[in-house]
Design a protein around this ligand. Sequence first.
Ligand SMILES: Cc1cc2nc3c(=O)[nH]c(=O)nc-3n(C[C@H](O)[C@H](O)[C@H](O)COP(=O)(O)O)c2cc1C
Length: 310
Amino acid sequence: MFSWKKIKKPFFVLAPMADISTWPFRSICKEMGADVVFTPMVSSDAICHNFKKTKEIIFFKKAEQPVIVQVFGYDPKIMSEAVSIIDKKLKPAGIDINMGCPAVKITGNESGSALLRDKKRALEIVKAVRKTYSGQLSVKLRLGWSQFDTLDFIKDLEKLKVDALTIHGRTVKQGFTGQADWSKINQVAKAVNIPVIGNGDIVSWEQAYEKLKNTNLSGIMIGRGALGNPWIFKAIKKKKNIKVSKKELAKIIKEQTKRYILYTGEKRAMLEMRKHYAKYFRGFEGAQELRQKAVLINSLKSLEKILKMI
Ligand SMILES: Cc1cc2nc3c(=O)[nH]c(=O)nc-3n(C[C@H](O)[C@H](O)[C@H](O)COP(=O)(O)O)c2cc1C
């Protein structure tokens, strides 16, 4: 049974990323060495009202475990119902509550990071979920809404028996601008006795270990740094840069595409994969030309042709 407390530390986690950390990419990050992987966020309303259609977002295979399914919402009752449904039907290693998404379509419904400006509601949600869900429950949040004001809040989360926290070192107002503030992430980690995972701007194995030095952090979460570079998890595990040959690069791109085709069918897969191609085609001679060509890839066959040019 997975437990945030018992997992070997430090651990390294693939971040939840909408439309990105679905099965095709997530399973590859797992195979590259990610210790824990998060699904993209899924709406508690959608889970309760149309599980069949929504489950695609959080679909995972056993080999990927520990998988953490992330849920967002605003209504304590619906959130706890959604978590029970997910737990019963999919049995993920844990559930994470999203209190970090700054997208207006989410905060406009008082969900995601909007909970950081209505902490009373946020705590009611956690209380309701904790009452019905006995598995590993975590919360992913930012430093605060417009300033760093979550130190008391995280202590309240700990009192409600949340098992782990991920802190993205920016305020909601910052969006993705500026730099993640790791000194504030460390203040959070020192304030509670549950595992805290630091998150924000990690793009190399050296940075990952650097951020862990002299802190109470239990793990590091990586999002954008894994895009086009799932090898970052291998580098972290081996504590050295991984030289990816062009042959290996082509192999992974093809493998991820094949998984996407299994996942959604070829037409949608090719559209979704374009953003991944744009990230994979970087840092080598001719990459720019390949990126331009990537927007025209519309089948596995046309991908294979382009991969021959790497
Ligand atoms: C395309 C994209 C989608 C994201 N979707 C989610 C999400 O569904 N849930 C969530 O908690 N955070 C989401 N995030 C935020 C990341 O999990 C992470 O906190 C953020 O990108 C900072 O980490 P990084 O600098 O390692 O990318 C998303 C970020 C990106 C770039």
